[in-house]
Design a protein around this ligand. Structure first.
Ligand code: GLU
Length: 282
């Protein structure tokens, strides 16, 4: 069997698509319709899409009187997420209404994915949503997550969801068309086409995790999530939200993390990934 390649996205059975806060909140909320158009088109080709959407806190920040930027204290972040998640799902649903598609909200915590019973419950529910033609929309359950027990960023969450759901591929959408060898404005920096499962990521300069007024992310968290996915046999594509149509159609865009042919079933980046075969009766 040949390894799953970027062009195989066009015929992949199951894809996790992750969208970041900055792509869909504030002035960018118009992009939700464009993303839904591409997701619905992929579904019409018979593909199962699981969406991981950030943007709860960012949506609330633009609606509530919280001063400028993301609240810094935990209780206000949790309260903002409670308000924003509601509006965020409503925005996705309003756009999906154009096609008569229902969204199903899935809010997960790190401990849900570490514990066999909630983990297998989440998997079963998402599986059933897909069978029923519902679009699962996943986010971190920010209202109960504290700093110590957070996924930290939704890039990582999306890689874990891709593993949980045995997805064929993960598409990480961002505001840049690809990962670059160094900060894109640096002279000599160039887009990275492919990262093999055994390539040393230290040869690139991705910078630190970006925590800004809308969310957590940047090239570093994309690279970490792409590596996590590929190490577990799931190919990952990093590209811009505006490229979603091309990405899902298997065009040659973005940075491709080629899946490892042999992969571990255990520890990776601070979380034990369970061997799902042993969880069916949990
Ligand atoms: N879960 C957070 C939210 O919806 C975003 C986390 C992230 O930016 O990765 O606001």
């Amino acid at each position: 069997m040949t390894a799953f390649a970027r062009q195989d996205l066009a015929t992949a059975k199951r894809i996790v698509v992750k969208v970041g806060s900055s792509s869909i909140s504030g002035d960018a909320s118009w992009r939700i319709d464009m993303l839904v158009d591409a997701i619905v088109e992929a579904r019409s080709r018979g593909q199962e899409i699981i969406l991981v959407s950030s943007g709860a806190i960012a949506t609330a920040v633009s609606l509530m009187d919280l001063g400028t930027g993301k609240p810094s204290d935990l209780a206000t972040q949790q309260a903002a997420a409670a308000v924003g998640q509601n509006v965020l799902l409503w925005r996705w649903q309003s756009s999906l209404d154009r096609f008569g598609v229902l969204a199903g909200q899935v809010l997960l915590t790190l401990s849900d994915l570490q514990n066999p019973t909630p983990r297998s419950n989440a998997r079963r529910a998402i599986d059933r949503m897909l069978t029923l033609g519902v679009l699962p929309i996943v986010n971190e359950n920010d209202t109960v997550a504290t700093h110590e027990i957070r996924f930290g960023d939704n890039d990582r969450l999306s890689a874990l969801v891709a593993h949980l759901m045995k997805a064929d591929a993960l598409v990480l959408l961002s505001d840049i068309s690809a990962l670059y060898t160094a900060p894109p404005d640096r002279e000599g920096s160039r887009p990275i086409d492919t990262i093999g499962a055994h390539d040393d990521l230290r040869e690139f300069e991705f910078g630190g995790k970006v925590v800004n007024s809308v969310g957590t992310g940047g090239a570093a968290t994309k690279a970490t999530a792409g590596r996590l996915a590929q190490e577990h046999g799931v190919g990952a594509l990093v590209t811009s939200a505006d490229n979603i149509g091309e990405a899902l159609a298997g065009h040659h865009v973005g940075t491709w993390f080629a899946p490892a042919e042999t992969h571990p079933k255990t520890e990776a980046i601070g979380i034990i990934l369970q061997d799902d075969e042993h969880e069916e009766h949990a």
